[in-house]
Design a protein around this ligand. Structure first.
Ligand code: PFF
Length: 455
């Protein structure tokens, strides 16, 4: 794949699945539940949905337009559309965000591999909730085991990336996504039928707005950007491989609702089960890993073989969902190095893999032997998460909205968004209004509010 002869996604379904594959991942199944738990439940979810609808989807359409029109990596895209300006820094910040996210995300992705093995060895059998907590905490603090799994995961990502866009990314997404969706539905049904699950369902559905503060708003906004893979040029890079007849608004809506459905389903798996066995909803990043084994044990306790099969399946699919996301993160940085620095694709990919593996080892160690080493009171792992999800991605989204809504020639925008002129004008106007005013003002408000300037 050279600069002038860039690859494309082969089919319409492939486009949606690859983008949805990027969006759906640990962000939905691991991060969404623990952020919801940390921020009080239903009210957080409602604000999250608002962020998806009013900021997320409009900005996704904008990212798609920038990517497809420029047919370049995310930094190159701004260079093409706004040559000689500082806009390219928006793309560069995205590349940096992708690099940092991949560094800590692959650590969690590595945890899923460990849990596949544990599930396969039937290690969950006969254990209590406290045992799960103890073994998870012991595992992530281990000096080399999680780091090793992280490296394995990074190699898997590397392997698919070097195989290229259509063969690697598209094919893998086509098989994994529907399977994951199905299994999530099965598990959600199991979870809500556990004894005492009602309190968890209430936690998900009964909003308590008295707990909403600046932190909750920032958390919900960050989660929306993170989960939709927005604000860092990831979907912009993918859109550079879209075909000209890909319908951008429709693709964005599809990705948006698939991503949201998976997150909500994950909520319906985690919280009923957590309340059922007395795990605190604000347990943080461990929440998924200490709750899920309970679901398998409790729901299938008297069918142990089924518990083993379903738990292996779940962690395999979770790992695959993470893989379609790490691929997309890796692709952002690889495409950038490949096209901007004239490196071969293989060499660019190697650089990214080595760099992110080093970051990953550091992040992994920061949860164990390096726990005392904190920056602004956060471990490296938490710092990368905070910096990217809550600062860099929303900031990137803010600038993407301004760029597309205010700067970019409206003929280009209409050409990309209108799907050969078939988009109703009123829909286009509503979208443009959201992009020009609602998204930037909303994001700006949440930032300023969090800084405490509005008190
Ligand atoms: N959206 C992915 C998830 O929810 O797991 C994570 C992610 C992928 C974030 C790609 C950002 C990105 F560019």
């Amino acid at each position: 794949m050279t600069k002038n002869n860039r690859a494309n996604f082969g089919s319409k379904l492939g486009v949606i699945l690859a983008s949805a594959g990027s969006a759906v991942g640990l962000g939905n199944i691991w991060r969404f539940p623990f952020e919801t738990g940390n921020h009080g439940g239903a009210a957080f979810i409602l604000i999250y949905l608002g962020c998806v609808l009013f900021f997320g989807i409009p900005i996704m359409v904008a990212e798609f337009s920038i990517g497809r029109h420029s047919r370049a990596n995310t930094a190159g895209a701004y260079q093409k559309l706004a040559p000689g300006t500082h806009w390219r820094w928006v793309g560069r910040m995205g590349v940096l965000a992708g690099f940092l996210i991949l560094g800590y995300y692959s650590v969690v992705a590595g945890w899923t591999l460990e849990y596949i093995v544990q599930a396969g060895m039937n290690a969950f059998a006969g254990q209590s909730a406290n045992d799960f907590i103890a073994s998870f905490n012991g595992f992530i603090a281990h000096p080399w085991r999680p780091a090793l799994w992280m490296a394995v995961f990074m190699l898997m990502t590397h392997f698919i990336i070097v195989k290229g866009v259509e063969k690697g990314i598209e094919k893998s997404a086509k098989i994994m996504m529907p399977m994951l969706f199905l299994l999530l539905i099965v598990l959600a049904v199991c979870s809500v039928s556990l004894p005492g699950a009602g309190a968890g369902i209430e936690f998900l559905l009964k909003p308590d707005f008295s707990k909403v503060n600046g932190n909750v708003l920032l958390g919900a906004m960050g989660q929306a950007f993170f989960s939709l893979s927005l604000g860092m040029g990831c979907l912009c890079t993918y859109a550079s491989y879209f075909r000209n007849d890909t319908n951008l608004p429709k693709t964005a809506l599809n990705v948006g609702w698939i991503d949201t459905m998976v997150a909500i389903l994950a909520g319906f798996i985690i919280f009923p089960a957590a309340f059922s066995v007395g795990i605190q909803p604000d347990a943080g990043p461990s929440l998924l890993f200490i709750t899920l084994p309970n679901v398998f044990q409790q729901a299938f306790g008297n069918l142990p073989w089924l518990a083993v099969i379903l738990s292996i399946m779940f962690y395999v699919l979770l790992a695959l969902a993470a893989l379609t996301s790490t691929i997309s993160l890796h692709e952002v940085v690889t495409a950038y190095l490949h096209e901007e620095f004239n490196l071969t694709r293989g060499r660019a990919a190697k650089l990214v893999t080595v760099g992110c593996t080093i970051l990953g080892v550091l992040c992994s160690l920061s949860l164990g032997i390096g726990k005392e080493l904190t920056i602004f009171g956060l471990t490296l792992f938490d710092l990368f998460d905070f910096l990217t999800a809550k600062i860099m991605l929303p900031l990137g989204g803010f600038f993407i909205a301004i760029f597309t809504g205010w700067y970019l020639d409206k003929r280009i925008v209409w050409e990309e968004v209108s799907n050969n002129g078939t988009l109703p004008k009123v829909v286009y106007r509503i979208w443009l209004f959201l992009l020009k005013y609602i998204a930037p003002i909303g994001i700006g408000f949440i930032f300023i509010n969090e800084l405490g300037l509005l008190k």
